[in-house]
Design a protein around this ligand. Structure first.
Ligand code: GTP
Length: 298
């Protein structure tokens, strides 16, 4: 017999909050430098995975949501629908509010949106960047945070100092249902960064069109140029012109989306802002041409 606290737990969590409140930094602090390769994504989620926290007692999969918008356009509304769906599907939501700022209208907007779905999904209030303020301010902000939403727990953390990050992992994990790991340990990768980056781009490019272009797509990272932001130049190789149009989409819309998705993953991997340049090229029958295959890293 296993007692309840020995049960292995696994599930999904996501962080929400205004831009710049420290969601990415917190994700990286929880996950460490290793990031899951999303091509091994389990069928249970359609969402981009930021990272997987492996522990003795459970596994926590951190998923990404697009930013929430004040819906002024149809697209804005659609994006918000995606956010709401994600919130309803994860096991727990971490709502991040920074300690060095007062709670403002942006936070209240998110709280109101969360209130529409969190009847089902538990909410953890996370006061981030506590290293930036004095203890009295932390206390004050915690009280204000308490007023903001119906939180199951509230926890102050400093991701950059690693302060209370493992306590946060405990609290998140406690909200996961009992279940086996969703990822085997080995699926975390130590592969060279360029291989992972190429994999992220390939994964994003195949999203939704996998049936049309099963294996006829390869990605090569041509260049990584450090600067104010790191510039990554990658080429997507397809076999035919028709496939090129699929990848690029109408007016370049699909490629733009691919770029945004891949860039997020790359930024999570490297922990820095990235400018991603993508080029789509036709390399006829690359799968059958040994020279091309070598060039494409096979
Ligand atoms: N001092 C301090 N700075 C932090 C901490 N966490 C994040 N930051 C800084 O806050 C800024 C924003 O952090 P991000 O992690 O990029 O914030 P984000 O919420 O992911 O931002 P978006 O991707 O724009 O939504 C960065 O300059 C971080 O270095 C922290 O615990 N302490």
């Amino acid at each position: 017999m296993t007692s309840p606290d020995e049960t292995f737990r696994s599930g999904f969590a996501c962080f929400v909050g205004r831009p710049n409140v420290g969601k990415s930094t917190l994700t990286n602090a929880l996950v460490g430098s290793k990031v899951a390769i999303t091509s091994s994504r389990p069928q249970t989620t359609r969402h981009a995975i930021r990272g997987v926290v492996h522990r003795e007692d459970g596994q926590l999969v951190l998923v990404d949501t697009p930013g929430l918008h004040r819906p002024r356009t149809l697209l804005g509304e659609r994006l918000n629908d995606v956010v709401h769906t994600t919130w309803a599907e994860v096991d727990v939501i971490g709502f991040c509010v920074p300690a060095d700022q007062q709670i403002g209208p942006g936070d209240r907007f998110i709280a109101a949106e969360l209130a529409k779905v969190t009847a089902k999904t538990p909410l953890i209030g996370i006061l981030t960047k506590t290293d930036l303020v004095r203890p009295e301010v932390i206390a004050e902000r915690l009280l204000a945070l308490h007023e903001l939403a119906e939180f199951a727990e509230i926890v102050p953390v400093s991701a950059s100092q690693g302060h209370q990050v493992s306590l946060l992992a405990d609290l998140l994990l406690a909200r996961m249902p009992p279940g086996p790991p969703l990822y085997p340990d080995g699926e975390l990768s130590d592969e060279p960064e360029t291989t992972l980056i190429a994999e992220f781009v390939r994964e994003a490019a195949l999203e939704g069109v996998r049936d049309e272009l099963p294996h006829s797509l390869a990605v090569v990272v041509e260049e990584m140029t450090p600067g104010k932001v790191l510039t990554v130049r990658a080429e997507i190789f397809v076999e035919r012109d028709s496939q090129k149009s699929i990848v690029i989409g109408k007016g370049g819309s699909r490629l733009k989306h691919v770029g945004t998705e891949a860039r997020r993953q790359i930024e999570a991997l490297l922990g820095e802002k990235v400018h991603l340049d993508l080029f789509v090229k036709v390399a006829k029958d690359w799968q059958r041409d040994p020279r091309q295959l070598r060039r494409l890293g096979f």
